[in-house]
Ligand binder design. Structure first.
Ligand code: FES
Length: 212
């Protein structure tokens, strides 16, 4: 069954943010993916084909965009999707041990959901909070920082009781329902298509001098 068939206004709104051109249409790919994932929790092959048709591209390209961003899922995730940063700073600070603690403690592997539906796990690349390594992100909500094995066990105990603790920091940039990026404090992080404009020649930086 089509997801977007009865959401033509939403689709039109998403495409209105981009130039009316084949390239502009393809720019709608990520917001369409986000829409499906927020509504259904993951993006099936069928949805990839639907998004590809809307954007004038192929399902293979949709999948390839998804594979670049750990935020998109092709399989269902648990109520608490634990993403462990496995890049260098976090690895040096003990993220491998954290990962072992999670997969053994929860008895769940990447791509699986624990039998009670609560947990899924994923290794991700740098979450941009290297100074507070090791870092775990839960869902799209926030970062848990300087996660020692004790802090990890405490976190899991609270999640098992469905008492998700407040994150140490919110995910810094979210996308609001107008499709605009905003900071955790609610300020817009970018500009809307209405105020963006090409720079005039007087605003462009000087061209570098070519020597020799
Ligand atoms: S290396 Fe883990 S947040 Fe950067």
């Amino acid at each position: 069954m089509s997801y977007f068939a009865d959401k033509q206004d939403l689709v039109a709104d998403i495409f209105s943010r981009y130039p009316d051109s084949p390239q502009g249409r393809r720019s709608g790919l990520m917001p369409l993916l986000r829409e499906v994932q927020d509504a259904e929790g993951f993006v099936t092959e069928e949805r990839m084909h639907e998004i590809a048709a809307l954007c004038g591209t192929t399902a293979t390209e949709v999948r390839s965009v998804m594979s670049f961003y750990s935020t998109y899922h092709t399989v269902p995730t648990g109520k608490y999707h634990l993403q462990v940063c496995s890049t260098l700073m976090c690895a040096l600070a003990g993220s491998d041990e954290l990962w072992d603690e999670l997969v053994t403690g929860l008895d769940v592997q990447p791509g699986e959901v624990s039998p009670d539906g609560r947990f899924s796990v994923q290794k991700v690349e740098c979450l941009g909070s290297c100074g507070t390594a090791p870092v775990i992100q839960i869902n799209d909500d926030g970062f848990y920082e300087n996660v020692t094995p004790t802090k990890c066990r405490h976190l899991l105990a609270q999640l098992r009781a469905d008492h998700k603790p407040e994150p140490d920091n919110l995910v810094p940039v979210k996308v609001n329902n107008q499709g605009l990026q905003m900071m955790a404090n609610g300020q817009n992080a970018g500009a809307s298509g209405e105020v963006l404009r090409p720079l005039s020649s007087s605003e462009l930086p000087p061209k570098p001098e070519v020597k020799g």
